[in-house]
Design a binder for this molecule. Structure first.
Ligand SMILES: Cc1cc2nc3c(=O)[nH]c(=O)nc-3n(C[C@H](O)[C@H](O)[C@H](O)COP(=O)(O)OP(=O)(O)OC[C@H]3O[C@@H](n4cnc5c(N)ncnc54)[C@H](O)[C@@H]3O)c2cc1C
Ligand SMILES: NC(=O)c1ccc[n+]([C@@H]2O[C@H](COP(=O)([O-])OP(=O)(O)OC[C@H]3O[C@@H](n4cnc5c(N)ncnc54)[C@H](OP(=O)(O)O)[C@@H]3O)[C@@H](O)[C@H]2O)c1
Length: 262
């Protein structure tokens, strides 16, 4: 859908559609228009001081390209939401240098279902998959999975025994996973309680930060070019690029509408 225009006289929405395969354009009218185009499709590169002077490639994670080859590059990932955490874990083994800029602290949790999580996929075995063809076995599996997640609701409340227990366990997990660079623990452990911000198990994330080619920056603004010289003095062996995982547009009004519904 390229455009939706409200026709005041007929009281209908006029939609302009392009068939992306045939390139054909057509239009039609509807009384009711439901948009479900997602909140992540109108991505936006945030502005921060110094970005305009940066000479390397700047890429938003919502604007990925399969041709984008990260090998031998020095890469900065900005932001430690779920995307930044996943990107850091997955890029660090493939790049020359990975610097992660995180202005806020975050909990890195165990899997809240209690299972072991790894950076590599954890597929269902063939036997398990075969068992799913029996509805009662499939239902049992689904219930077991749901149970692990939702029977621990008390852990959502700050200062509940369950929440305090999570805090202690998460600190221990983080300490263990940061064994190679224990000084990072204080930079990462938040003062807010677990579950206050969305929890992320982040398999491979803490490990990536402790590798020789990985680094965490919590007190430096990503736009600080003392760290990211545009002449490449700091990273002479490799090309540089920023990967941004920042908030998208904050406007909730759907794009493409030529008159908002009142
Ligand atoms: C990397 C990543 C991992 C995530 N992992 C999880 C997870 O593990 N668990 C979880 O609960 N949530 C996860 N989320 C969040 C979850 O994906 C979103 O909340 C959810 O997909 C939103 O659904 P939606 O239908 O609103 O939008 P979307 O899934 O974004 O779907 C919107 C659709 O509209 C189409 N569209 C857009 N513009 C137009 C247009 N102009 N014309 C026609 N079609 C259009 C798009 O092509 C798309 O198919 C993840 C998000 C990301 C980015
Ligand atoms: N596997 C998964 O489940 C998965 C994976 C990816 C995404 N998602 C979902 O997708 C949604 C979006 O996640 P997201 O990680 O892409 O975005 P997000 O949660 O909004 O995180 C954005 C990150 O960018 C930082 N940031 C924003 N502006 C900045 C600036 N100007 N300078 C420096 N840092 C800045 C934020 O820091 P502050 O926190 O300090 O503001 C935050 O760390 C979430 O709902 C998430 O759960 C899920």
């Amino acid at each position: 859908m390229q455009e939706a225009t409200w026709d005041e006289e007929k009281s209908v929405w006029r939609l302009s559609i392009k068939n992306l395969i045939s390139n054909e354009h057509f239009s039609f009218e509807v009384d009711v228009l439901l948009t479900a185009i997602g909140r992540f499709n109108a991505w936006k590169i945030p502005s921060f001081p110094g970005l305009d002077k940066y000479k390397g490639l700047v890429r938003h994670a919502s604007d990925w390209s399969e041709e984008f080859d990260v090998s031998n590059k020095a890469v900065a990932v900005i932001g430690n939401g779920a995307s930044g955490i996943q990107l850091t874990a997955n890029l660090q083994p493939r790049v020359a240098r990975l610097d992660h800029y995180a202005r806020s602290k975050t909990w890195i949790a165990a899997s809240w279902a209690g299972d072991e999580r790894t950076l590599a996929p954890l597929p269902f075995s063939e036997d398990e998959q075969a068992s799913f063809s029996k509805p009662e076995d499939y239902l049992r599996m689904r219930k077991e999975v749901e149970d692990k997640y939702w029977r621990r609701f008390a852990a959502f409340f700050r200062d509940s025994p369950e929440n305090n227990d999570l805090r202690a366990r998460f600190i221990e997990i983080m300490r263990k996973r940061l064994e190679k660079k224990p000084e990072l623990l204080d930079k990462l452990v938040p003062d807010f309680s677990p579950n206050c911000r969305r929890l992320t198990p982040g398999p491979g994330y803490l490990e990536a930060l402790t590798e020789d080619n990985g680094g965490l920056h919590t007190d430096t603004h990503p736009g600080d070019h003392r760290n990211w010289n545009s002449d490449g003095r700091r990273h002479t062996q490799s090309r540089r690029c920023y990967i941004l995982r920042n908030r998208r547009q904050c406007r909730h009004e759907p794009p493409l509408l030529h008159q908002s519904i009142r």
